[in-house]
Design a protein around this ligand. Structure first.
Ligand code: AMP
Ligand code: ZN
Length: 468
């Protein structure tokens, strides 16, 4: 499998650190508002990449943070007259709802910056000890960028050129040694959340958060670090400087960056005000359409959001879903018994589409071509599947379509949602079974519920349940 690595500006063969396992970190959103569909792009494309890795049999440790302490969060809290923690908790919840609606799998861990302060203090201390960081008179701790010889290797910038061109980065009153020194720890301002530290009461800079969370949950060297291309500089460049200066080891082997979601060929962003939230889009479209639209382009290409392209995604998706539905209906009433020789042959042909799909995904996660392979399979199904076929044949085609759509995160068969009343009924039945010492039946009910995403907890007060 090939991945385009921003670090080397080349497509490279993917070789994981540990066979069969992938350690992947994706920079998550700053939570002070509902996410817009630009923020959803990295979530969707890297979730799809993760799904493909899992399809290939890799065990993926997928970590994606929430930045829950930041100027924007603090401003929003001050505007509303509430605690910053209330704002971040609210928008983390909302973001998780959007992710679920987009069929983005939850990460293995979603660390919160505010829960990892101890690790940040540790890393900053070690950088100071090694001479890579210093405390200014006002208590701010800066990274001494000039000390890190490889600074600029990700963004392919040269520090001297940067310094010559950006003298203005040193704002009056700042006590940093050089313009490109960046903040690791900053002193508290009135009314801001703050933590004790050896330097001053204050809070961490944004870049150190990701270095620390990546190290804690994935180790000092990871396979893949990802995010939007606006993060290459300075965020990811600074993460590399901090992590590699602290550990003396390479931070991440592969750096993947998605292109922008644009509107009228300008980046969609909160600051430009040219954005749609995922919630707004949800009112007009099934969010599967948004997901399919995002995957219609290569993840590194810019993608222009337009009603026309969304309509094209909608009709493409409908074609897939209709084929899946027909196939399911045919399968249910198909002929029993073994596949015919002709069907066996057709199955072999159908495998070609799977191969095409894989070839596309192996080539730097080319979801656009992978989608075309799915359309070819759909066409093949529409031409070759009928009521005259065996259940076995129709089932095989259905499974193939299902598996490929699942990699793209497209749901072709919605699981029926279980109602609260039915859950309660099953829990009662389980209690009865236990009373009658029919533990096998009790376990069976628990498993059935688990399969539907319902988790039971036996407490002293009785059984409680929640949806996973
Ligand atoms: P932020 O909350 O701005 O830090 O963004 C969270 C993630 O969304 C980062 O990976 C950004 O690079 C990404 N992102 C923000 N805006 C866009 C956009 N218009 N297109 C693609 N990715 C974006
Ligand atoms: Zn980050």
């Amino acid at each position: 499998m090939k991945i385009y690595n921003t670090l080397t500006r080349q497509k490279e063969e993917f070789v994981p650190i540990e066979e069969g396992k992938v350690r992947m970190y994706v920079c998550g959103p700053t939570v002070y508002n509902l996410i817009h569909i630009g923020n959803a792009r990295p979530m969707i494309v890297f979730d799809t990449f993760r799904r493909y890795l899992e399809y290939k049999g890799y065990e993926v440790n997928y970590v994606s943070n929430f930045t829950d302490v930041d100027d924007k969060i603090i401003h929003k809290a001050q505007e509303e007259g509430v605690d910053a923690g209330e704002i971040s908790a609210r928008y983390i919840e909302e973001c998780k709802k959007d992710m679920q609606a987009l069929n983005v799998k939850p990460a293995s861990v979603h660390p919160l910056a505010t829960q990892e302060i101890e690790g940040m203090i540790e890393m900053i201390s070690s950088l100071i000890d090694k001479g890579y960081a210093y405390r200014a008179a006002d208590g701010t701790v800066y990274f001494r960028t000039g000390r890190f010889a490889e600074y600029g290797k990700l963004s392919h910038k040269n520090l001297e050129d940067l310094q010559a061109g950006h003298r203005d980065l040193k704002v009056a009153g700042e006590l940093k040694e050089e313009p490109f020194d960046f903040v690791l720890w900053k002193p508290k301002k009135e009314g801001e959340p703050a933590w004790e530290s050896p330097w001053c009461e204050g809070r961490p800079g944004w870049h150190i958060e990701c270095s620390v969370m990546s190290k804690k949950y994935l180790g000092e060297t990871i396979d893949i670090h990802a995010g939007g291309e606006d993060l290459i500089f300075p965020h990811h460049e600074n993460e590399i400087a901090q992590s590699e200066a602290a550990s003396g080891k390479e931070f991440a082997h592969y750096w993947m960056h998605n292109g922008f979601l644009n509107i009228d060929n300008r980046k969609m962003s909160k600051s430009l005000g040219n954005f749609f939230t995922v919630r707004e889009i949800e009112q007009k479209y099934d969010l599967q359409v948004l997901r399919f639209f995002m995957l219609s382009a290569h993840y590194r290409s810019p993608l222009n959001f337009s009603a026309d392209l969304m309509e094209a995604a909608r009709s493409g998706l409908e074609r897939i879903l209709t084929a899946a539905e027909n196939l399911k209906r045919l399968k249910d009433s198909g002929i029993d018994g073994k596949m015919t020789a002709e069907e066996e042959e057709l199955c072999e042909k159908a495998q070609e589409f799977e191969k095409k799909f894989e070839d596309a995904m192996e080539d730097d996660c080319n979801t656009a071509d992978a989608g075309s392979a799915v359309f070819e399979l759909v066409k093949f199904i529409n031409t070759n599947a009928s009521g005259q076929n065996t259940k076995a044949f129709l089932g095989r085609l259905y499974d193939e379509l299902h598996v490929l759509c699942d990699v793209l995160g497209i749901i072709i068969e919605k699981e029926e949602e279980i109602l609260d009343a039915d859950i309660e009924k099953m829990i009662q039945e389980r209690q009865e079974a236990r009373k009658n010492k029919d533990f096998a039946r009790a376990d069976q009910i628990r498993d059935e519920l688990a399969q539907k995403g319902i988790i039971l907890k036996d407490t002293r007060e009785g059984v409680t349940w929640k949806r996973a």
